[in-house]
Design a protein around this ligand. Structure first.
Ligand SMILES: Cc1ncc(COP(=O)(O)O)c(C=O)c1O
Length: 389
């Protein structure tokens, strides 16, 4: 079989995730310390695991409703309202998905017609561009700037909008920069969008993880709820990455279309995870707060260590990433990461993996213990002292 000739050209044109390359290399080496993975190092809180165990003990695991268990949708609705001021109707405005990832994919497949442009604020998580392309849309990078604390400004948005713009992707708190959008950043952006036919995909997967300023969603603003799809999930907030559970919150006509795609492609999100997630939303606020306090401690530790080693770093206010600049080192982010891995066995991700505007940065995840971070910082400091003076 001539596979390249026979397989979908569109699929073949998609590049593999740039994050993977470094981890493949790291796996071949000994004594590597990684700050690369965006995954909580905490165990899933016990009440959640216990709910899963008791589900297995007491019940058969059958298919569930396509939209997700009603009881879970009710808990999600009450969580969104209680914590983030976003009221959604459990019956027809929520869809339970296989992680936030599936919700992002569904949003694009539900809204995009061929040739529609999707504005993606960069630096950004790696999935948006490829998923837009797979939906026959055109990803359009919209670079945010460190001098604006990586927040989107109305002027930048205005300059990027064309008659073909269909969706604006906002992803705050941001992976990889840790930037947040503040309430006062939105009114001018809302003013630009509210009389257009442009939708917003607001990926709020890190919304619980802010250090000081509380998360604010663009969907809260008058005129925005009807055009916004909010994506969220259990992976980060509740340390449940492998449970593969997330959700989409959107106006009923959007959910109705997205549900069909989900129904044919997935049937329903995993039922054990759904039952356990009910418990996550009901009884784990305190445990989540404890994890966030610990992330904050690590964030402050690394910021002060980077200052000591002369690595300029934007003071991230959310998620669990830092995005230090290596512009002064004379190396590209790929070269820096490759040499740091070879010489000191520390794996971090080049900022260029998250868009061209990240080419002078590194993404550092602090979803690792302080002990682990302390050792990584010692090695990085040694590398910088040796190579960057
Ligand atoms: C910004 C962002 N959105 C979505 C996801 C996907 O999360 P999941 O599919 O595990 O819910 C991630 C994972 O790293 C992410 O960083």
């Amino acid at each position: 079989m001539n596979y390249p000739e026979l397989m979908s050209k569109r699929a073949q044109q998609i590049a593999p995730s740039p994050i993977r390359r470094f981890f493949d290399l790291a796996e071949t080496m000994d004594n590597v310390i990684s700050l690369g993975v965006g995954e909580p190092d905490f165990r899933t809180p016990w009440p959640i695991r216990q709910a899963a165990i008791s589900t297995l003990e007491r019940q058969s695991i059958f298919y569930g409703p396509n939209s997700g268990m009603l009881q879970l949708r009710q808990e999600i609705a009450s969580y969104m309202e209680r914590r983030f001021n976003l009221p959604y109707c459990p019956e027809n405005e929520l869809l339970v998905t296989v992680g936030g990832s599936e919700a992002v994919d569904l949003a694009f497949r539900t809204l995009i017609d061929p040739g529609d442009e999707v504005l993606i604020c960069e630096p950004s998580f790696v999935c948006y561009g490829p998923l837009v392309s797979m939906a026959d849309g055109v990803p359009v990078p919209l670079a945010t700037k460190e001098e604006n604390e990586f927040r989107l400004t109305a002027a930048e948005l205005k300059a990027a909008i064309t008659p073909k713009t269909k969706i604006l992707v906002l992803s705050y708190p941001n992976n990889p920069t840790g930037a947040i959008m503040r309430r006062e950043d939105y009114p001018e952006i809302v003013e630009l969008l509210k009389d257009t036919d442009i939708f917003v995909l607001s990926d709020e997967i890190y919304c619980a993880m802010t250090y000081g300023t509380k998360h604010c969603s663009i969907a809260e603003f008058p005129g925005m709820r009807e055009r916004t799809i909010v994506v969220n999930g259990f992976s980060k907030t509740f340390a449940m990455t492998g449970w593969r559970l997330g959700w989409m919150a959107a106006p009923a006509p959007i959910i109705e279309q997205a549900r069909k795609i989900h129904q044919y492609g997935i049937m329903c999100a995993p039922m054990i995870s759904q039952r356990a997630a009910v418990e996550a939303l009901r009884s784990c606020d305190a445990e989540v707060d404890r994890m966030i306090e610990e992330y904050d401690r690590r964030r402050r530790f690394l910021l002060s260590r980077f200052a000591e080693m002369g690595l300029p770093c934007f003071e991230a206010q959310g998620a669990f990433y830092l995005f230090p600049s290596i512009a002064g080192t004379g190396m590209s982010s790929e070269e820096f990461c490759e040499r740091l891995l070879q010489e000191e066995h520390v794996a971090v991700v080049p900022g260029s993996a998250f868009g061209a505007c990240g080419k002078d940065n590194l993404r550092i995840s602090y979803a690792y213990s302080l002990k682990h971070l302390t050792e990584a910082a010692v090695r990085m400091e040694r590398f910088i002292a040796k190579n960057c003076k």
